[in-house]
Design a protein around this ligand. Structure first.
Ligand SMILES: [Zn+2]
Ligand SMILES: [Zn+2]
Length: 1008
């Protein structure tokens, strides 16, 4: 592609004066593409330490990738780059979730279709499926672009697509396996049903984050008359009056005590302990308990169902089973709420359903696909279930069955896709009887590593519910359920492959045949039992079954053996009920063993906006990855997201923070590398000729190298525990504190000379910096791959062309025990602590750090003073003090006014605050030197450049006099041949003067 960027196709050029991440990332992206670095990693399988299996948690291609997705993808990429550098082979291959309700709803929106009926009639299934494919391809481009920008090293060519025939075929094998084990069954069960999407949902989907919304509902007290009595009634409460249409029984708790309560001239039956609260709620002050009875004694009592005249089917039910409209006693009744008498609607409630099912009581569920009552519901025919709530109340009122209705707010589950309120309905569906294998599933789950307890507990608690999994969906764009049923005798057949289907099909299949509706519906078989025609059950699969089949469906048999169980997967915390769950269930069914398809699963916290709000289209606060990365660095985003919080925390993504601390850290690493490179090149350092020599290390070197070994060990251990934030903090601390703030200031001056006699020491420092910075650059690679690659190419490969072509082909750093020196670390801990006390004393007395002081006195325990004495030159240098004394007790003279002290624990120090002329002069010189250094940098001089001259004009006569004697020192400090002072700027012709300031007074500096 032609660009108007400077010709820079080799990244092997120098480092620019500023860290310009966007430019650098563009160049590195081109480098990776041109040299096919990603593909080269793929070739290393043979020489690897071993395989670490991986299967991609496929993003659904129904939307644009946002920053929350990016966060998870970066974690995957970190793991990949890290493990690859450790020498493992990881099949880090992409995968895309293409089918199911999310995609269908996206296409429905595009086509402007309101519901499924309209879709089938107006659009047609063939066209609909074509549109679904178009939509996923459109979003696929966005995702691939985002991965590329972010630097996700995932293999896009080997991606799996869950809608393709080869994938679906292998998914069918899961189902056939389940069928053969009697774990796949057809049945009438109560399922959560979305009237808008017109399909049932799995119990996992009902529990999704954000699925519960607070809604207002009627709170209805009603009464059913006990048959054969004058005035006795069962008092019942519900928030779903429409379920009285499908009522078939009342239930009480067998052990509980029930009271007969006289209210007016009626007697109401309710749990004894609920009498007072309920009467209070109903504002009934005059009532009397006239007797009590246990729940068990109420069993078998009949009640007059009041709506028989308007729902004739209810009268017929009474003839079908003796328990219809009778009281039963069951253990699930709660006598701590409401009236302790519950009405059962087996067509609308899960527990109700099972209570009826066990007793053979018919299930009355007169609903169509839009959850409107059918004609079996009498006068409610055609009414949407929840719209029948108040009409039912009115009917009860006119039949003396009404007591009181109020409005109440409570949490009610809605559809996670359409946000329509869900309705519980008994429907014919297909179920995986995961309840039968629940103990195996839990056993498998307990063997898995989750890194953090909270998500682990949440996941296992969910699995322990062990509910049957409703996998059938009454939709179109999905994996077809491969079950055919004989229209004659009901014989069923599960199909496990396309070949099996083609061999048995009664008709010629067309050329464009694919394993989707409507084509697959046109295939029929001959029934082996009766010779009748077998037709496919008109369902597609839950999309979670589709993606949950990936460990088997995305690989060949050989790959499956090699890569599954996978080593490490990570997805959002919401996937405890999604992919993590379906993967595990399907794998246990497939293998029959209590084992999971993954050894470790990291659940990530979700990502929110800066104010902690959920990102949503309606709030307009969604941060789209591609848009973000047009103007922001991928490395910065990656570093920021990993550093900000623990992977399991909810992250508030704040654009304002992005370019602050994270930029500082990466920029510091960049400039340290540049600092090293410029000095090293100046002295013609090469790492091959000058390796690190242990015998010649100075104390700061030993300290630095020992700290680095600790950083390697800790960082690697934290990565292994997925504590990415803590792992990155170790790198940050090493770069900002250890290297930049502490080590480099200790050695910088040694690099400022170019005398031949100090060359050996300079070479040692280069060797140390080379080693330390290179190791750090490697450690940064998983988190900031662009910066690391750029430094690798422009510093390390430039110094040694024999290095591997890319940092990604390098080996992960290992700590070197020879370089560990705990004593040095302790000595320097003491040193830095005491130096910080000196700084505190200076601050108290307003003595600037660069003003040299005469004496520091340290009174401290033996081990502290011993450590200080060992590194005394550094102590004096860092403290900027001429001499140090270590008396046992504080001398009396040091208690005078001119002395300043600080104390921390058992360490006290005092410094002399008196400044003599000599020291004042040196102090002014250091002030001036700092300004010259800043100017050198500003004007783009390299640290190694030696200036011809430095001119300073406008200094007051007193200061000039004081500093006079230090000009030679200053010349050495700022690397110039000569420093001269002038009264005014007119003294030097043609000078390029720069304004500066010293203690509030203006002065001018010129350098060349
Ligand atoms: Zn829905
Ligand atoms: Zn048959």
């Amino acid at each position: 592609m032609a660009t108007n960027q400077p010709e820079n196709d080799s990244p092997n050029v120098g480092l620019t004066a500023d860290y310009r991440p966007l430019e650098l990332e563009r160049e590195i992206r081109e480098f990776w593409a041109q040299k096919q670095i990603r593909a080269k990693l793929e070739l290393r399988e043979k020489d690897s330490k071993g395989n670490l299996g991986y299967v991609e948690g496929p993003p659904t291609l129904n939307g644009i990738p946002h920053i929350g997705h990016a966060r998870g993808r970066v974690m995957k990429d970190i793991r990949y780059r890290w493990k690859t550098m450790q020498g493992y082979y990881v099949p880090f291959w992409a995968g895309w979730d293409c089918q199911g309700l999310p995609v269908e709803l996206e296409v429905e929106k595009l086509l402007g279709v309101k519901n499924k009926r309209e879709l089938v009639e107006r659009v047609g299934q063939e066209r609909f499926i074509e549109e679904c494919k178009k939509v996923i391809l459109k979003y696929h481009r966005e995702w691939v672009a985002a991965d590329k920008q972010l630097g996700i090293f995932i293999n896009q060519e080997k991606a799996y697509w869950t809608y393709r025939d080869d994938y679906i075929e292998r998914e069918w094998r899961y189902l056939k396996r389940a069928w053969e084990q009697n774990l796949l069954e057809e049945g009438h069960y109560v399922v959560a049903y979305c009237p808008s999407c017109q399909t049932s949902l799995s119990s996992a989907e009902v529990g999704y984050e954000g699925a519960y919304k607070e809604v207002e509902y009627p709170s209805l007290f009603f009464k059913f008359k006990k048959t054969g009595t004058e005035n006795e009634f069962f008092l019942v409460w519900t928030t779903m009056p429409f379920t009285i249409v499908t009522d078939t029984m009342l239930a009480v708790l067998p052990e509980a005590e029930y009271a007969k309560v006289k209210v007016g001239n009626e007697v109401w039956i309710m749990a004894r302990q609920r009498v007072e609260p309920v009467m209070q709620e109903l504002a009934i002050t005059k009532f009397e308990i006239v007797g009590t009875v246990t729940g068990r004694r109420l069993e078998g009592a009949k009640y007059d169902y009041p709506l028989k005249d308007i729902i004739p089917k209810q009268a017929e039910l009474e003839n079908k089973h003796p328990l219809v409209h009778h009281v039963i006693s069951v253990n699930f009744v709660d006598v701590n709420t409401a009236t302790g008498v519950v009405h059962l609607s087996p067509g609308n409630g899960e527990e109700d359903f099972w209570a009826a099912h066990e007793r053979g009581v018919p299930i009355f569920a007169p609903f169509d696909d839009e959850v409107k009552f059918t004609e079996d519901a009498g006068i409610f025919n055609g009414v949407f279930a929840r719209d029948a709530d108040y009409p039912v109340v009115e009917e009860l009122r006119s039949r003396n069955a009404f007591v009181e209705v109020k409005k109440t707010k409570h949490e009610y589950p809605t559809c996670w896709r359409s946000h329509h309120k869900l309705v519980w309905l008994a429907r014919k569906e297909y179920f995986l009887r995961t309840d039968k294998i629940s103990s195996k599933v839990v056993e498998a789950a307990e063997k898995i590593e989750y890194f953090f307890d909270e998500p682990k507990n949440r996941f296992i608690a969910f699995l322990k519910e062990g509910k049957p999994w409703c996998i059938s969906r009454e939709r179109i764009w999905g994996t077809p359920l491969p079950i055919w049923t004989c229209v004659n005798c009901g014989e069923k057949k599960a199909v496990g492959s396309k070949q099996e289907l083609l061999e048995n099909a009664l008709e010629q299949v067309p050329a464009n045949f694919e394993l989707h509706k409507p084509w697959v519906d046109r295939v029929t078989f001959r029934c082996p039992q009766c010779g009748g025609v077998m037709k496919r059950e008109d369902y597609v699969l839950d999309t979670w079954h589709n993606s949950g089949a990936s460990p088997y469906a995305r690989f060949t048999d050989e790959e499956f053996k090699k890569f599954v169980p996978t080593d490490f997967l990570t997805e959002g915390i919401d996937q405890t009920r999604g992919w993590a769950n379906s993967l595990l269930l399907e794998y246990v069914i497939l293998t029959g063993k209590p084992e999971g398809p993954y050894r470790a699963f990291l659940f990530q916290g979700l990502t929110q906006d800066a104010r902690g709000r959920k990102m949503s289209k309606s709030l307009g606060n969604v941060v789209e990855t591609n848009k973000l990365l047009e103007k922001n660095s991928a490395d910065l985003c990656r570093f920021y997201m990993m550093r900000k919080c623990s992977p399991i925390d909810f992250m508030n993504f704040d654009m304002q923070e992005l370019n602050r601390r994270s930029y500082q850290v990466l920029s510091t690493l960049y400039h340290l590398s540049r600092f090293f490179m410029e000095n090293a090149e100046f002295d013609n350092f090469t790492p091959q000729n000058k390796p690190l020599t242990l015998g010649r290390l100075a104390p700061p070197d030993r300290w630095l190298l020992s700290k680095l070994q600790g950083a390697i060990t800790d960082h690697t251990a934290r990565l292994g525990r997925c504590e990415f934030n803590a792992a990155v903090a170790i790198l940050e601390d090493f770069v900002i504190e250890t290297l930049s703030r502490l080590y480099v200031p200790m050695i910088r001056k040694e690099l400022w000379t170019d005398e031949p006699e100090t060359l050996a020491r300079r070479m040692d420092i280069y060797a140390i910096l080379h080693y330390a910075l290179k190791v750090v650059t490697f450690l940064f690679n998983p988190v900031t791959p662009y910066l690391s690659e750029a430094l690798y190419q422009r510093v390390y490969r430039k110094l040694d062309e024999k290095l591997p072509e890319s940092i990604n082909l390098e080996a992960w750093p290992e700590p070197d025990s020879h370089l560990v020196d705990k004593n040095a670390e302790e000595e320097f801990d003491v040193l830095f602590k005491v130096v910080s006390l000196v700084y505190a004393a200076r601050q108290q007395a307003k003595l600037k750090r660069r003003w040299p002081l005469r004496t520091v006195i340290v009174v401290a325990p033996e081990n502290v003073t011993a450590a200080l004495k060992k590194v005394e030159p550094i102590f004096l240098e860092l403290s900027n003090v001429k001499t140090a004394k270590y008396p046992r007790d504080m001398p009396d003279y040091a208690k005078g006014n001119e002395w300043v002290s600080t104390i921390e624990g058992d360490v006290s120090i005092v410094v002399s605050g008196q400044r003599d002329e000599k020291l004042l002069g040196e102090g002014i010189m250091r002030d001036l030197a700092r300004r010259v250094q800043a100017l050198r940098k500003e004007l783009g001089y390299m640290p190694s450049d030696v200036l011809d001259a430095v001119h300073i004009a406008g200094l007051d006569p007193e200061s000039s006099g004081l500093v006079e004697g230090y000009l030679a020192d200053m010349a050495e400090l700022v690397r110039t041949r000569k420093v001269s002072l002038h009264n005014g700027i007119a003294d030097v012709a043609d000078a390029d003067w720069h304004e500066a300031e010293l203690d509030g007074k203006k002065l001018f500096i010129s350098i060349h």
